[in-house]
Ligand binder design. Sequence first.
Ligand SMILES: Cc1cc2nc3c(=O)[nH]c(=O)nc-3n(C[C@H](O)[C@H](O)[C@H](O)COP(=O)(O)OP(=O)(O)OC[C@H]3O[C@@H](n4cnc5c(N)ncnc54)[C@H](O)[C@@H]3O)c2cc1C
Length: 235
Amino acid sequence: MANPVKIKAVVTEAVHHTGSVASYRFAPQGRVPKFHAGQFLHIALDEYHPDAQWPESRVFSIASAPSARHEELAVTISVKGRFTERIFQTLEKGSECWLKLPYGEFLFPPDRHLTLIAGGVGITPYLSLLKQMLEEKSGQGVALCYGVRSAEYYLFEDLINRCEAELPNFGKTVWCEDGSVPGEKGILNIDAIHSAAPEHSLFYLSGPPAMIRSFKNRLRDLGVEAERICVDDWE
Ligand SMILES: Cc1cc2nc3c(=O)[nH]c(=O)nc-3n(C[C@H](O)[C@H](O)[C@H](O)COP(=O)(O)OP(=O)(O)OC[C@H]3O[C@@H](n4cnc5c(N)ncnc54)[C@H](O)[C@@H]3O)c2cc1C
């Protein structure tokens, strides 16, 4: 795994999807180390001086493709508390910030079937993988199970549709609480997801902590070995 590197970055695009969720693209101003889909970075808003301490920062999944790292890095952020509110209110096109990467062990083996379960903004650690799979025209078996509150929260529809159209072994099911997105109505159903998965699929869980806890317990009750359950723990 590459050693984490600190890089200044300029925001090239800021998109507010809702009143509390936004995506940012950054143009890195230095050498970006190799990273893997599923890894995360730190964002600091205050100036970093190499002879001083790293400023206050928070961590976010890298949402851009690993191959694009010299041109762009991307994240999607949901406002949670003080720091994410500051990001949401202050980062705009042209803003400078500092990034530190790569980190994390939420990785996707290329030779296994993957069942990717995302609750809301928990979709973010999968975006890099989906972009990489499109570039590689990957034949890997992937089932994306995405739970959203309503159509307003259904992010990255174009990317997901492209995966469905262009990848031979990619499938998606969207669970939408108010039924405003085509698919299943209601919240993610772990029993249905489990019964649709091939025998040796790896289950990836990303989303609210309560969802992760209950899905992990239920998968274990259903006989899924701990080694086949991978969790992106945001707590
Ligand atoms: C691996 C990983 C990937 C993630 N990916 C994403 C993502 O892609 N998108 C997304 O929206 N969220 C993501 N998160 C969650 C995100 O990091 C939190 O929502 C964010 O840290 C909230 O910060 P906050 O200050 O706004 O919220 P708060 O709830 O106020 O603070 C969150 C935590 O920050 C720490 N903290 C508080 N004050 C300080 C301080 N002064 N200095 C240092 N630490 C402090 C505390 O541990 C606190 O519990 C991820 C988290 C992890 C662990």
